[in-house]
Design a protein around this ligand. Structure first.
Ligand SMILES: NC(=O)c1ccc[n+]([C@@H]2O[C@H](COP(=O)([O-])OP(=O)(O)OC[C@H]3O[C@@H](n4cnc5c(N)ncnc54)[C@H](OP(=O)(O)O)[C@@H]3O)[C@@H](O)[C@H]2O)c1
Length: 281
């Protein structure tokens, strides 16, 4: 068992964020958790719990939330950008407002939180930033393209962040779950595109049926996912990317294999765009 840690976790009202907060508190850690209301029915157990109000779509709320979290806890060992949601429907049907809101919550808010936290983490000389992405960011499905794009953006951002902060003693990991048995695919959590072209897209209709069927039946256990996140935070050499769940492993592997096969098939054309060196035919 390691020494008690301090966490800042967004979205501890339910789902993975709540499971992670519970697991950290059970270890005797300090958790600063955020919820939209600023309240949560979480018991601190042997840990210390602070709840701060935070609506991720409110760009102006980030700086004060992060400042307050650091002042309440004294320092933050682990920042977990967890809160997020999905937008279901055909890409054609997503309005500007729907896309902008999803990117505000899933990308711009965590990026703002990271930017606000970094000067303090640099001053501490330690800290681990964990961004909850998704296997959808590595292997996108029809019917969920805007969400997949947001998670892919967070994956790339996390990899670049890791390169920037590792020399300073800080860490960053993109954690990409497969399906987790939370309310994520329920009507309480999902947004649906407002357009009406879904009947024109059989692939989208099939995907939406699949999401409906899988809701509540996902293979991933949020409590086990929380334990896995704690394991990488405990690790001496944590990964920059971590998949969670057998479904995530299978999809990510297939996606890499497909990408490699396509790369090989088109390699000659891909290489043909270099400026010819003197002497080349
Ligand atoms: N479940 C899955 O299958 C799955 C798979 C891959 C990745 N993920 C990712 O895992 C993370 C957690 O999802 P979950 O499965 O725990 O889903 P969930 O049960 O729907 O919980 C989502 C959490 O995010 C919060 N949230 C959503 N929008 C917010 C906003 N605008 N402002 C503040 N808080 C907001 C919710 O707060 P409220 O209670 O106030 O709504 C809730 O605490 C997300 O980033 C999700 O993309 C989930």
């Amino acid at each position: 068992m390691t020494a008690p840690r301090t966490w800042l976790i967004t979205g501890v009202s339910r789902g993975l964020g709540r499971a992670l907060a519970e697991a950290a508190l059970a270890r005797g850690d300090t958790v600063v958790g955020t919820t939209r209301s600023g309240t949560a029915d979480l018991a601190p157990g042997s840990g210390i719990l602070h709840i701060l109000p935070f609506e991720l779509a409110d760009a102006g709320a980030v700086a004060s939330m992060v400042a307050r979290a650091f002042s309440l806890a004294g320092h933050i060992d682990v920042l977990v950008n967890n809160a997020g949601y999905t937008l279901l429907g055909a890409l054609e049907d997503a309005s500007d407002a729907e896309v902008e809101r999803l990117f505000s919550v899933n990308v711009f808010a965590p990026l703002r939180v990271i930017r606000a936290a970094l000067p303090r983490l640099r001053a501490q000389g330690r800290g681990h930033i964990v961004n909850i992405t998704s296997v959808q960011g590595r292997d996108p499905s029809a019917g969920v393209g805007v969400y997949a794009a947001s998670k892919s953006a967070m994956d790339a951002l996390t990899q670049a962040l890791a390169l920037e902060i590792e020399p300073l003693g800080l860490r960053a990991t993109a954690v990409a779950p497969g399906g987790l048995r939370t309310e994520f695919l329920s009507d309480r959590s999902v947004d649906r595109s407002s357009g009406s072209s879904v009947a024109a897209y059989p692939s989208v209709g099939a995907a939406l049926d699949r999401f409906r069927t899988v809701s509540g039946q996902q293979a991933g256990d949020p409590h086990r996912a929380a334990a896995a996140i704690i394991a990488i935070v405990d690790a001496k050499e944590p990964p920059r990317r971590l998949l969670l769940g057998s479904d995530a492993i299978d999809r990510a592997r297939r996606s890499v294999e497909d990408a490699e096969a396509e790369r090989a098939r088109w390699e000659t054309l891909s290489r043909s765009t270099d400026v010819p060196e003197a002497g080349d035919a």
